[in-house]
Write a protein that binds this ligand. Structure first.
Ligand SMILES: [Zn+2]
Length: 159
């Protein structure tokens, strides 16, 4: 087993790890287990850490992947293109701030795009904790929306 998983695996009061348990009794001490508290069995028999990394990889790809054209701009390749790529999911926030242009400075807008991207990823990670079905649905929706976002961004860039 791995050390220090980012999510503490559900465990019985006796200390036995209950990840993946499907019966209502703790195999270690025989105590009755609330399966709702244990949570669903992790997909593919993943450890909590692997499940976390799997979701992160899937959601980050869906979020940022469609904007990958940004790094193909150039040559020469410039480091700010990487920042654009990381900010791209926050682009809708930029549009929201257009009416506020007179009161919101550009740097605040850029920070909002970063923070928006990070917050969005955190929320998506939380929603998809419940299982593979949630991850697939959420990742597909994110992929569709970020493709649209990327398409608009590309149109704005080309204009
Ligand atoms: Zn127990």
């Amino acid at each position: 087993m791995q050390a220090d998983p980012p999510i503490a695996p559900p465990s019985c009061p006796c200390g036995y790890a209950l990840t993946g348990l499907t019966s209502r009794r703790c195999p270690e001490c025989g105590a009755t287990v609330d399966l709702n508290a244990v949570g669903p069995t992790l997909p593919f028999g993943f450890t909590p850490r692997r499940w976390f990394l799997f979701r992160f990889a899937a959601l980050a790809s869906a979020l940022v992947g469609p904007s990958a054209w940004i790094v193909t701009l150039g040559p020469p390749w410039q480091s700010h293109q990487l920042y654009w790529l990381l900010m791209a999911p926050g682009l809708p926030l930029l549009i929201l701030t257009i009416p506020l242009r007179r009161v919101v400075s550009d740097s605040i807008t850029l920070v909002a795009m970063y923070v928006g991207t990070i917050l969005l990823l955190m929320i998506l990670m939380r929603i998809t904790r419940r299982g593979l079905r949630w991850l697939i649905i959420v990742a597909l929706v994110v992929l569709a929306l970020s493709s649209l976002n990327s398409f608009i961004a590309h149109a704005l860039y080309a204009a």
